[in-house]
Design a protein around this ligand. Structure first.
Ligand SMILES: [Zn+2]
Length: 225
């Protein structure tokens, strides 16, 4: 399961992972890969230590390298935090401390696992009161009915923030229509750059990602634009 959502969010998260002045990720040991601006601009390239731009050359150049492993612990945390965040599903009361505990305890590794949490599991978190646990549990349940543009943001598709997600949902009215649209049609919309259009089509072109959409739909998350 982790691998499934890992593939969805990983490419986004990788672009935000703290970069290391070494050839491998200090968190998971993966070989660092070149991090390009806007996933889909061009494929990531494996680290070539013979190049002058190897990590540590300069802050600017170092920023071009990141961990490509979607299961890297900091990336898992970022994906889960993104889903719960006010910018995405806005799960109220599910703050950074709670998200961190949920991930560290292996209770939530991807968006869908929020909706399998038991009240008793939330109540058992450090610093949690019975009332607060109930509030978080209720907020998670309520988040299934959030506007669908929030789902689009929460999935972590690069370049898709609230403005882009709202515009796309408003224009296409359904996820099927959105993902049936080709790159050229997407680019005709205001605010949709070639990179954004490419990211969308690339993302949905991956059957693993489509399976996750199906999974969230089955849970009851709102996909109606
Ligand atoms: Zn890593």
């Amino acid at each position: 399961m982790l691998k499934v959502l890992g593939r969805i969010f990983g490419k986004l998260a990788a672009s935000h992972v703290e970069l290391h002045a070494s050839e491998t990720c200090s968190e998971c040991g993966s070989q660092l890969a070149r991090n390009v601006e806007g996933w889909g601009e061009r494929p990531r390239e494996p680290l070539d230590v013979s190049q002058d731009s190897s990590p540590g050359v300069s802050p600017h150049q170092a920023a071009a390298w990141s961990c490509p492993n979607p299961d890297c612990p900091p990336q898992v945390l970022k994906r889960v935090a993104l889903w719960a965040s006010p910018e995405a599903m806005d799960i109220q009361g599910c703050d950074a401390a709670i998200v961190t505990q949920l991930v560290n305890r292996g209770l939530v590794r991807d968006a869908a696992e929020f909706y399998r949490l038991k009240l008793t599991e939330i109540a058992a978190l450090d610093g949690m009161t019975k009332d607060r646990a109930q509030q978080v549990f209720d907020a998670i349940t309520a988040s299934m009915k959030r506007e669908t543009w929030r789902v689009l943001v929460g999935l972590g598709i690069p370049n898709i923030g609230a403005v882009e997600a709202q515009a796309l949902c408003k224009h296409f009215r359904s996820w099927d229509a959105l993902f049936a649209a080709g790159r050229e049609r997407l680019m005709k919309l205001d605010g949709v750059t070639e990179c954004t259009a490419r990211n969308l089509t690339h993302w949905y072109g991956d059957p693993v990602n489509r399976k996750v959409v199906t999974r969230l739909e089955k849970i009851g998350v709102n996909f109606k634009c």
